[in-house]
Design a binder for this molecule. Sequence first.
Ligand SMILES: [Zn+2]
Length: 439
Amino acid sequence: MKKLIIWTKSFLIFFICNIANIVLIFANDSTLCFDRPDPLKPYYLERVSCPMVTENETYSNLKRDTNMFNLTFICGINDQTLCKKVKSAFESAEKILSDTILFKQTVNVNATFTNICAAYGACNTVNSGIETQVIGGAAPSRVMMLRDDDGVNRFYPQSLVKQLGNTNHPKYSDYDINAIFNSENVSYWFKEDGNIKYNQIDMEMVILHELVHGLGFISSLNDYMNDPPKGLTPYVIGILNTTGTNYHFIEDMFDKLMSVVSTGQSVSDIVKQMDVFGDVQYVTPESFTITFESSPQYKLATDLFSKATIPNSLSLLSGDDTIILETSLTPYNYKSSIGHFSYQEYSNTSDFLMRYSVEHGVTLQQYVAMGGNYANGPIGPKLRAFLKSLGYTVRDSTSGTQIRISTIISKTKLIILSMLIISLMNFITSPCEINGFPL
Ligand SMILES: [Zn+2]
């Protein structure tokens, strides 16, 4: 059986908000900002000071035909040839995104390529006899709470805040996206290598997937109170910000676009019903947890958790587009569940990129071909719609048509993919080690 690489959770979302209507929260001349120092730990956030600052320069023009990513690349290995290849793969992935999104300001990426088992203790693990390969991870390095056009406070990834073009804004972190990739025990393929081997994965595809997570394809839903998880909530202000005694649930922008398939109810609406504890002060996070878990509102969290492990339960709504999210993994996997396109639904389609797993032996261009040779390349029509709803300015598609299964796929390849899908079901039991990795 081929070994699959599980991409961890990273996140995406569609948005309907009109970015021009977004209002920064200026209370006390500052807003709430959290940094995510370790992209391998997507739910570990640290409160940071981000006083309002005023810039002299205005950023109002959308840049075209320019690589709008500014990469700081740390290569922690001695093989300089491999280092150059990885950097080149970054540039290719950045160009794809720069051709898709019209940015006003550069997106600063801090990426490291190193032995992450030795450096970060994120090593391969075996669960139920299945080995989970660590590839890497990426996420927004800072999120900022803004008041959205529907009056709800949500966390925006810094890279999106920069596109609003405000001269007044919370202080930015030096980097918009933190990313890390594993140099050991993974055989990467690069464009200049010739034919891909059966045991290789396309580095450019991994990077592209992770950068999309870093731009905001990430959900706040997680269990911040129990391990193993029992219920899902957005970020819990009061638990994250341990100096506070007021407890609120604050979602990511991604979550604004999420809905329950069976009822059509928005996750934002559920969170609003959940968020009734802010008027009471709790001495410790534990006392809040006890109160919340014995309240009627806790059923909202356990219901969400239940839906996260039932296929076709949660979706993203972006204009007329619906994206079925990954809710087939059992048990729930905090790095792969919810924050990805459904593997079952979008394999062999033009929206393959944000599935949680990637197969060995298939290049990014081969995935595009298998999805029907979408004219706009690897950023598929549903992902483009999501990025637009999130608030980015997305170029018009050359073609919005999504075609399933290209006739150029050989029968042999289809069979292999079918087998991989079956074997993937086994993988579902193994935890993704990378945020934004297992794709
Ligand atoms: Zn991912």
